[in-house]
Ligand binder design. Structure first.
Ligand code: EZ4
Ligand code: CO
Length: 408
């Protein structure tokens, strides 16, 4: 059998998603997520203008060979657009292979290593009271781990804090449909460094030591600032500090390591194993944050996580709402199968998204399971998708208080 058709579906049920549909000559359909937040159409074009014709007629069972054909065959290696496109093809081919085998994908990856996948939720609040309410709400829903982001006095709307007021939020989404250019936010690292450790102190006081607490620095600190922060928050026992410094500077993590035992996570903006080469071999991180969607798919993620396992480093796969339910399902199958699982990010999609994507993964008391349908277990309803037209959206740009562009 062979690949008979390749279609790209762009839909916007509240936010944009790019989905690849591969159909075999005997009618088996596989789905892949190609969503790159704020740059969606570039991946859609890469797939439909460049890859689709290369895939027609190929044997759908040759997943590794197809991966190498697209990666090495491009000559221009790596990069988020290329790797998201390859990821979508890879996911769709694994979906097809598992459907043909009549098994959920995790069975082809070695079977379940655990009963369920521990996930973390996103608690935020402009002030402590709102944040505390959000944490309480998530605990009541059964979550055992929460990421905590909060407003900083003197700054306005900042990363990771829901603009919509207190309480449990499911629909935190940083990309803004703001017309022809990105919205802008302001930032001051000094005020953040002075404010944040006290917030963790209050959380530990109110919620005790059992709760797993995560935090995302979102690339904003310099290496020495990050070292100070990691040291300051040590008493509050974070599960991880994510993206303490901009990720492309791998050796910056050495400085943080020299000063603290706060576990470090990085990698949501990475797209190949090479972005981690120094980080993993020098044991500078504790968790790998790549998204299956942005790192070349299941084939590449399995290799990356096996490499990390040798150095005692665990998974923390990226799972915000800009990862479609297809990409999320791919993550869950990997999470269930690998030995060195750490935690999975989980931000439930809105109702419109779940009308377009029919999912079979289930949530129970803080754990997700990918379900036992053959394949990835997610099907896209093309008619429902057609009702939501693409709407341009951008991630915000960040500026320091004096107007200098900073990392967002
Ligand atoms: O900013 O997915 O840990 N999660 C994050 C996310 C990212 C968005 C960017 O598209 O940092 O909220
Ligand atoms: Co992050």
């Amino acid at each position: 059998m062979s690949i008979a058709s390749v279609d790209v579906i762009v839909t916007s049920p509240g936010r944009n998603f790019v989905t690849l549909k591969i159909t075999t000559s005997d009618g088996v359909v596989g789905w892949g997520d190609a969503t790159l937040n704020g740059r969606e159409l570039s991946v859609a074009s890469y797939l439909s203008d460049h890859l689709a014709s290369m895939l027609i007629g190929r044997d759908e069972d040759r997943i590794e060979d197809t991966w190498q054909y697209l990666y090495r065959g491009a000559y221009w290696r790596r990069g988020p657009v290329t790797m998201a496109a390859i990821a979508a093809v890879d996911m769709a081919l694994w979906d097809i292979k598992a459907k043909k085998a009549g098994m959920p994908l995790y069975q082809l990856l070695g079977g379940a290593s655990r009963d369920g996948v521990r996930v973390y939720a996103h608690a935020s609040g402009t002030d402590f009271e709102a944040l505390s309410n959000a944490i309480t709400g998530y605990r009541e829903l059964g979550f055992t781990a929460v990421r905590v982001q909060t407003g900083v006095p003197g700054l306005g709307q900042i990363y990771g804090v829901s603009a919509a007021g207190p309480g449990v939020r499911y629909d935190y989404e940083p990309a803004k449909r703001s017309g022809d250019r990105p919205a802008e936010e302001t930032w001051d690292t000094r005020q953040y460094l002075n404010h944040m450790p006290g917030v963790f102190a209050k959380i530990r006081e109110e919620f005790g030591t059992d709760l797993r607490l995560l935090h995302d620095g979102h690339h904003r600190m310099s290496p020495i600032e990050a070292a100070r922060f990691a040291k300051d928050v040590e008493p509050y026992d974070l599960f991880w500090l994510e993206d303490a410094t901009p990720g492309e500077d791998q050796t910056a993590l050495r400085l943080i390591r020299q000063h603290s035992t706060t576990p470090l996570a990085i990698g949501e903006v990475f797209n190949t194993v090479y972005d981690y080469q120094t980080l993993i071999t020098e044991r500078l991180i504790d968790y790998v944050r790549s998204a299956v969607t942005h790192t070349g798919g299941i084939t590449a993620m399995k290799k990356l996580l096996d490499f990390a396992a040798i150095y005692g480093i665990r998974s923390g796969i990226h799972g915000p709402t800009d990862i479609s339910p297809v990409g999320m399902a791919a993550a869950l199958h990997l999470d269930l199968a690998i030995h060195n699982f750490g935690i999975q990010e989980y931000m439930p999609h809105n109702e419109q998204t779940l009308e377009v994507f029919q999912t079979s993964f289930t949530f129970d008391k803080g754990f997700l399971h990918p379900g036992d349908q053959p394949g990835l277990g997610v099907e896209l309803d093309e008619e429902a998708a057609g009702a939501f037209e693409y709407t341009k959206a951008y991630l915000p740009v960040n500026r320091l208080l004096d107007g200098t562009v900073h990392d967002w």
